[in-house]
Design a protein around this ligand. Sequence first.
Ligand SMILES: C[S@@+](CC[C@H](N)C(=O)[O-])C[C@H]1O[C@@H](n2cnc3c(N)ncnc32)[C@H](O)[C@@H]1O
Length: 278
Amino acid sequence: MAESSGTSGNPSSKENEELNYHYATLLVKECTVELGWRDLSKDFVMDVGCGPDFNCCNVILKEFPDVKYLVAIDKNESVFDDIKIKNNKIGWFVGDMLKRETLSHFEGKIGKVISANTIHRIPNKKLFFENSHHMLKPGGEVAFLFIVDSCYHNFMVALLKVEKFKSMYKGPFNPNMYSEGRRSQYYKQMLEEIGFRNVVAKEIEKKYPHPSDEEWKDSLYEGYKNVFDIPPERVDEIKEEAFQIYVSRIERYEGSPCYSVLLLCLFGLKKKVETTVL
Ligand SMILES: C[S@@+](CC[C@H](N)C(=O)[O-])C[C@H]1O[C@@H](n2cnc3c(N)ncnc32)[C@H](O)[C@@H]1O
C-alpha cells in the first residue's frame, strides 16, 4: 500500500497493480489535456520511479507509439531484475532523483519528465522537483501524479490510536504525511519558486467502492499484515476489529466499504532559452 508497504494506497497487491496502471493512464491522459501532448516523435521521455511494471512507459507507448525514446528510472535496481516489457524504444537506468549525480548523464537532455504514484512517499519533494528541472532541456515539461490524501492513511492513524494495534506495529509511521496545508496551491508555488513556468496543479478525488465486506476485510488485512506482528491465532480477531474501525470511522460509500484518495496532478514547463535580438 502506498502509505504502508510501498505502492498505491489500496490493499491487495493485485488491486495495487491495477491502480498503478490506472494512475499512469490518468496522468498521461491529463498530459494530453493540460500540456497538449499530441506528437512525441521528437521527445525523449524519462519515467521516474518506474517500478517493475514500467506503467507510464507502457501507457505512453500505447497512446504515443511514435515517441522518440523512453527511459525508465528507478533507484531500486531490483525492479529491473525481471523486465516484462521488451521494446527497443525503452531503456532503463538505476538512478535516484534525490541524488543528482546518479543521473548526471541525462542533465539538460530530457524533453519530458513524468512520474506517477511515487512522489507522495518522498519527504524532500522540493529536491525531487529541482532535480527534475535539471534533467529537462529548455522548453521541457514535467508531469507528476501523487497522493495528497488517502483514507487508507487515515485508517492507519485510527488503528495506531488503539493500544492493541499500536503494540503490534513494527514500522515507522508519519501521521502527518498528508497535511491539509500541502495541496495544490502549496505545490504549485513550490514549482514556481524552482523556476517552472505555466504551472498547473489539479486535484482529483477518486472513490473506489468495494462490493463485498468479506473481501474488503481480507484486502485490508493483506495491506497491513506485514507492518504488524500478528500472532496466527489472533488473525481473525484482528481482521474483524480493523474492518470495524475502517467502516465505522473511515469510509463507506453508498453502504459499501470504499477506498478514497485525493490525487494531485502537477505540470510545469522549463523556461526556453531567451535569445536577444540585436
Ligand atoms: C509505487 S512504486 C512504482 C510506481 C510506478 N510509477 C507505477 O506507476 O507503477 C514507486 C517506485 O519509485 C521508486 N523510487 C522512490 N524514490 C525514488 C527516487 N528518489 N528516485 C527514483 N526512484 C524512486 C521506488 O523504488 C519504487 O519502485
